[in-house]
Design a protein around this ligand. Sequence first.
Ligand code: KIV
Length: 273
Amino acid sequence: MSTSKNIFKKITTQKLREMKAIGEKISMLTAYDYSMAKILDRAGIDILLVGDSASNVMAGNETTLPITLDHMIWHAQAVVKAVDRALVVVDVPFGSYQGNSSEALRSSIRIMKESGAHAVKMEGGIEIKESVERVINAGIPVMGHLGLTPQSIYKFGTYAVRAKDSDEAKKLLNDAVLLQELGCFSIVLEKIPALLGKQVAEHLHIPLIGIGAGSHVDGQVLVVHDMLGITQDFKPRFLRSYADLNGIITEAVGHYIRDVKSEDFPNNKNESY
Ligand code: KIV
């Protein structure tokens, strides 16, 4: 049962602003498929992110770089079909918007048209200014993403906390202000010092969603497979584990295997036809 007040029937970008205004924190999780999206939507989640983390979680890749626009649209179509209430945001994948605003627009239009999603997310600040501007001018809501931006992992060389030094912190703050001025409806802040998260929150009026960015932002996002304990080998400090689905599934499957081997399954209760 959700503890969210759920006073907002269908979540829109306007509703997110209203939530921020009344101090209701925004909940966001990733979703990549119909069945999980249905559970999360019914539980009352506010935003579902069809994240390019599908590349890691669904396809077993080491980074988010290999996932394609076609893959993202396929996942987004499944999620959109399941959702009645949540706002569905889709990551524009690596290589389909950086350095080319026409391509950014084409990719974002494809996501919106072919999946029925409600918004897109892009990683970066000043470097992708033209792309963000062009997509927003076309009427597509854009969520920004600053701090640790996994599509640039080979530039960073590490998944460590970003913006610990003052130059990078200053750039991040300037980028956040720029994204707001360009018209982004929200920004994800990933893996930055909590104090910097607080400073950004003090400068901006759009909702900020944190993942490892402290508690002074307007909402939180996690990868659903991490918080449900399906993934086993990823335990960063910012993660809270809410279930051990890996253990539960392993036990259930072990039980099933034993029943099949021992010929306990199927029994006469399962043989009605
Ligand atoms: O792809 C993703 O899962 C994300 C979240 C970590 C914010 O971008």
